[in-house]
Design a protein around this ligand. Structure first.
Ligand code: PEP
Ligand code: MN
Length: 338
C-alpha cells in the first residue's frame, strides 16, 4: 500500500507511520518530495485493517491499496483531472494549450523569430531543444547551455514560459534553472533514475511516451515521477512504432484517450514527431483536440528547409497560424477553447 502524507506533515507524523508499519512486519520506502512525502509499504499481504488504522493517523492524507501497477497517477484515486501549470497556463482545464517552437535551438535569430511568431499566433509556451537525443552521434546534438540561455532570453522578450528536454539525470538541476517545464523525451521514458530525479523537483514535467512502450508502461513511468513527490506531470503521446512506414511513427490517438481515462494527469500529443510530415500535422493535431486531449506540442521553424533537425515535420510560422485557426474551430466544437 501507499501512504500519502498531507503537505507539510511533520517528521513525527511520518515516523509514526513507519513505526506502525514496522510493528506489523512491513518494510518501507520514503519519498520526500518538495510538495509532500509518500511512504510505500513493502511487504505482503495487503492488510485492510492496517490501512484503515493508518488512514486515521494525523498527518496522513490517504492510504491506497495497490491494485494497479500505477497508483498516485490513477484516476481511481483522483477522479478529477489535475490542473498542471506551465507558466500562467493551466493544463487540464477547459482551455487547451498549444506549445510550439523549433525542434532544436540553433541560433538567437532562429529562436527569437520563432518565439515572436508562435506567441502572436496564440501559443502558450515556447519549446526548443538544447540537449538533443539524436539517433546518430554525428547529427547536431544541440547548443547545450548556450541554448538554455537563449531560451531564457526568449522568455524575457516574449513572456512565454519555456519547455526543454533534459536527457540526463546529472543535468536536471541545470535545466531546471532555465526551464518552466522539463521534457522527458521518448527515448528516456524508461530511464528510471532520470524519472526519479525530476520527481524530486517542483517544476512540471512533460513525459513523452516511449515509441515502443505500452500505455501501461507510460503510466508507470509517470508513477516513478509521482512517487518522488512531484505530481505536476503532463503526459505526451508522440507516436509509436508500428509496421506502417508511410508516417514517421503512428499517432496512437486511442492510446492517448486510454491514458486520459486511466489517469487524472493532463494528456497532450505531439503530432509533429508522430507524423514526421508538416502536411499531416494539422489533421493529426485537430484529431487530438477533437478526441478530448488537453493540448498539443508542435514544431515550428522559420525556415524548415534549413533546420538542423526535424525540418520535414516543422511548420512555418504561417502554417502554424493556419493550425491555430483549425484548432480554435475544433476546440469550440467540443466545448473547449484554445
Ligand atoms: C523532440 O521533442 O524534439 C523530441 C526529440 O521528441 P521525442 O522524444 O518524442 O522523439
Ligand atoms: Mn524534434
Amino acid at each position: 500500500m501507499i501512504i500519502v502524507m498531507v503537505p507539510n506533515a511533520t517528521e513525527e507524523q511520518i515516523l509514526e507511520v513507519v513505526r506502525r508499519l514496522e510493528d506489523r512486519g512491513y518494510g518501507h520506502h520514503i519519498s520526500r518530495g518538495v510538495e509532500r512525502t509518500i511512504i510505500g509499504a513493502i511487504g505482503t499481504p495487503e492488510d485492510p485493517g492496517l490501512a484503515e488504522q493508518l488512514s486515521r493517523l494525523s498527518g496522513v492524507e490517504r492510504v491506497m491499496p495497490i491494485l494497479k501497477p500505477y497508483k498516485l497517477v490513477s484516476r481511481e484515486h483522483m477522479p478529477d483531472t489535475s490542473p498542471v501549470k506551465v507558466g500562467e497556463f493551466v493544463f487540464g482545464r477547459q482551455k487547451v494549450g498549444v506549445i510550439a517552437g523549433p525542434c532544436s535551438i540553433e541560433s538567437r535569430e532562429q529562436l527569437m523569430e520563432t518565439a515572436e511568431a508562435v506567441k502572436a499566433a496564440g501559443a502558450i509556451a515556447l519549446r526548443g531543444g538544447a540537449f538533443k537525443p539524436r539517433t546518430s552521434p554525428y547529427s547536431f546534438q544541440g547548443l547545450g547551455r548556450e541554448g538554455l540561455e537563449l531560451l531564457a532570453e526568449a522568455r524575457q522578450c516574449t513572456g512565454l514560459p519555456v519547455v526543454t528536454e533534459v536527457m540526463d539525470q546529472r543535468q536536471v538541476e541545470l535545466v531546471a534553472q532555465y526551464a518552466d517545464a522539463l521534457q522527458i523525451g521518448a527515448r528516456n521514458m524508461s530511464n528510471f533514475d532520470l524519472l526519479r530525479e525530476v520527481g524530486r523537483i517542483s517544476k512540471p514535467v512533460i513525459l513523452k511516451r516511449g515509441y515502443a512502450s505500452t500505455v501501461e508502461e507510460w503510466l508507470q513511468a509517470a508513477e516513478y515521477v509521482a512517487s518522488e513527490g512531484n505530481l505536476q506531470i503532463i503526459l505526451c503521446e508522440r507516436g509509436i512504432r508500428t509496421f506502417e512506414v508511410a508516417t514517421r511513427f503512428t499517432l496512437d490517438l486511442a492510446g492517448a484517450v486510454v491514458a486520459k481515462l486511466e489517469t487524472h494527469l493532463p494528456v497532450i500529443a505531439d503530432p509533429s514527431h508522430a507524423t514526421g510530415n508538416h502536411k499531416l500535422v494539422n489533421a493529426a493535431a485537430a484529431a487530438c483536440i477533437a478526441a478530448g486531449l488537453d493540448g498539443v506540442m508542435v514544431e515550428v521553424h522559420p525556415h524548415p528547409d534549413r533546420a538542423l533537425s526535424d525540418g520535414p515535420q516543422s511548420l512555418t510560422p504561417k502554417r502554424f497560424c493556419t493550425l491555430m485557426e483549425t484548432l480554435r474551430a475544433v476546440a469550440a466544437a467540443v466545448g473547449r477553447e484554445v
